[in-house]
Write a protein that binds this ligand. Structure first.
Ligand SMILES: C[S@@+](CC[C@H](N)C(=O)[O-])C[C@H]1O[C@@H](n2cnc3c(N)ncnc32)[C@H](O)[C@@H]1O
Length: 419
C-alpha cells in the first residue's frame, strides 16, 4: 500500500472514530495512545504513596518505618518496594538475588511509556499492534520485558552476559508464565555483537532498548554509591559485572550505534537510556556526525533527584511525535533536539464558526517520487476548545525538515490570509 493510501486510511479512521469532525481532537489516532493507556500513563505521575502501599501489602507494611518513610539505604527495603509495586500495579511476581541490581519500577516504567509513544507515533497502524523488541542487558529482574509484555502484545528477546542474572531472568519469565513471549539469550562478554538478530534467525525487530552499564571502573561505581550513602555491590547499586564496562555507557551505546549503521532498517528504533548528561551530549554529536536526522531525545524525571535520559534513532522514514522526539525541557538543550515534527498554523475564536474550515483542512497528504518513496507525509489537524480552535500540521514521514517547514509556512500564509 502506498504511503498516501495509508495516510488517507488513517485520516478516515480519525473521521470514523470521532463521528463528526470538528467537535473533538483531530490528530492521528496514534497520538492518542496515551489516552488509551491512561492507567499506565498516570501510574507514577505523583510520588508513590508509601502509607497507601502498606495498607495494600503486608510485606511492604513490615518494612515501612513508623514515620511512613522508607529507608532507601536498606537494600531489603528497596527490594520490597520493587516487589510491591510490580505486584500491585502490574500483577507481576519477581525474585531477585541480594547481590544484583534491584530496578526502581517508576524509572523503568518511564522508559516503556516513552517507547510506546515513539512506536505508536511512527506507524500508520493503530497502537497496540504486536511488536518485537530486544532488551540488551536485561539483568536478573528482566524488568523491561516483564513491564512491556504486561502492557502491550509485545514479544522480547532479552540478552545478558552474566550467568547469575540470566538464571534469575529465566526464573522471572517462568514464574510469570511468559515463556512464549520472552526469550532469554546468553551472550558472551567478548562477543562484538550486541544484537542477536542473526543468532536467533530473525530478519527484523521493531525496537531495541538498553539500560547500559553506566560506569567506566569500579572506583567510579563506588564513588557513586558513597555519594548516595548506599552499601557498595548491593541490590541498590548493582554489582560491578552489571554496572561497569570499559569506556562506560558512552562506549557501550557507541557499539550499538556502530552495529546499527550496519543493520540499519532491520530495527525500526534503536534506543538507549543514559545515566550521565555529558555522555548523552556526546552521543547526540555522534548521531549527527553519522548523518542520522531521525532521532528522539527525552528525560525521565522521578522524584526530586533521579534523572535519566534516553535517545532513540531510526533509519526509517516515520517521524515521531514532538512528545517522543523532543522531550528535553531545559532551554540550553534546544539546539541538540531533532527538527520539530509539528507546527501550529493558526488559531481563531470558535464563535466565528469552525465547520467549513475543518471540513476543508483536515487532510493528510504526501509528495512521492516516481518510485513511491514518500518525501513528505503530513496531517493537518484541527483542535477545537471551548473558545478557540487551533489548526496544526504534523510531520509524519520523510527526511527533509525544510520541506515540512515550507509546507507549514505556506499553510500559515494561506490560512491566515483567509481569517
Ligand atoms: C545497568 S544493568 C541493567 C539491568 C536491567 N536492564 C535494568 O534496567 O535494571 C546492565 C546489564 O547489562 C548487562 N551487560 C553488560 N554487558 C553486556 C553485553 N555485552 N551484552 C548484554 N548484556 C550486557 C549486565 O550484565 C547488566 O545486567
Amino acid at each position: 500500500m502506498g504511503s498516501k493510501r495509508k495516510a488517507q486510511d488513517e485520516l478516515q479512521d480519525v473521521h470514523d472514530m470521532d463521528g463528526s469532525v470538528g467537535t473533538s481532537l483531530v490528530f492521528p489516532k496514534s497520538d492518542l495512545s496515551a489516552v488509551q493507556d491512561s492507567r499506565y500513563a498516570s501510574l507514577y505521575a505523583k510520588e508513590v504513596d508509601f502509607r497507601s502501599l502498606s495498607k495494600q501489602d503486608a510485606e511492604f507494611a513490615a518494612i515501612l518505618k513508623s514515620n511512613g518513610q522508607l529507608d532507601f539505604s536498606d537494600p531489603a527495603a528497596v527490594m520490597q518496594l520493587t516487589k510491591t509495586l510490580l505486584k500491585l500495579d502490574f500483577g507481576l511476581k519477581i525474585e531477585l538475588p541480594n547481590d544484583r541490581l534491584c530496578p526502581p519500577v517508576p524509572n523503568r516504567h518511564n522508559y516503556i511509556l516513552w517507547l510506546k509513544e515513539l512506536l505508536d507515533t511512527t506507524s500508520y497502524s493503530e497502537p497496540g499492534r504486536k511488536l518485537t523488541g530486544i532488551d540488551i542487558g536485561t539483568g536478573a529482574s528482566c524488568i523491561y520485558p516483564l513491564l512491556g509484555t504486561t502492557q502491550r502484545p509485545w514479544y522480547f528477546i532479552a540478552t545478558d552476559v552474566d550467568p547469575r542474572s540470566l538464571e534469575y531472568a529465566r526464573r522471572n519469565v517462568s514464574i510469570n508464565g511468559l515463556e512464549d513471549r520472552i526469550r532469554i539469550v546468553a551472550k558472551a562478554k567478548d562477543d562484538p555483537c550486541l544484537l542477536p538478530l542473526d543468532d536467533c534467525g530473525i530478519e527484523k525487530v521493531d525496537f531495541v532498548m538498553t539500560n547500559p552499564p553506566f560506569y567506566e571502573s569500579e572506583a567510579d561505581l563506588d564513588q557513586s554509591a558513597k555519594k548516595k550513602a548506599r552499601p557498595p555491590n548491593s541490590a541498590c547499586t548493582g554489582a560491578p559485572v552489571e554496572m561497569v564496562v570499559e569506556g562506560g555507557e558512552l562506549a557501550f551505546v557507541g557499539r550499538l550505534l556502530e552495529e546499527s549503521l550496519l543493520l540499519r532498517d532491520r530495527v525500526q528504533w534503536y534506543t538507549s537510556m543514559f545515566g550521565k548528561l555529558p555522555s548523552l551530549h556526546e552521543f547526540l554529536g555522534k548521531l549527527r556526525q553519522n548523518g542520522i536526522d531521525n532521532y528522539a531525545v527525552t528525560e525521565f524525571v522521578q522524584g526530586r533527584k533521579t534523572k535519566r535520559w534516553a535517545v532513540g534513532w531510526s533509519f526509517g522514514d516515520m517521524r515521531p511525535s514532538e512528545k517522543a522526539a523532543r522531550g528535553l525541557k531545559a532551554a540550553n538543550w534546544k539546539s541538540l533536539l531533532p527538527s520539530p515534527t509539528a507546527a501550529e498554523i493558526c488559531k481563531f475564536p470558535t464563535e466565528r464558526g469552525v465547520s467549513p474550515v475543518v471540513d476543508d483542512s483536515a487532510s493528510a497528504g504526501h509528495q512521492e517520487e516516481a518510485e513511491e518513496v514518500c518525501k513528505l507525509g503530513f496531517l493537518v489537524a484541527v483542535r477545537v476548545a471551548r473558545s478557540e480552535a487551533t489548526v496544526g500540521v504534523r510531520w509524519l514521514e520523510g527526511h527533509d525538515s525544510g520541506l515540512f517547514e515550507s509546507l507549514a509556512g505556506y499553510l500559515k500564509t494561506q490560512l491566515n490570509s483567509t481569517m
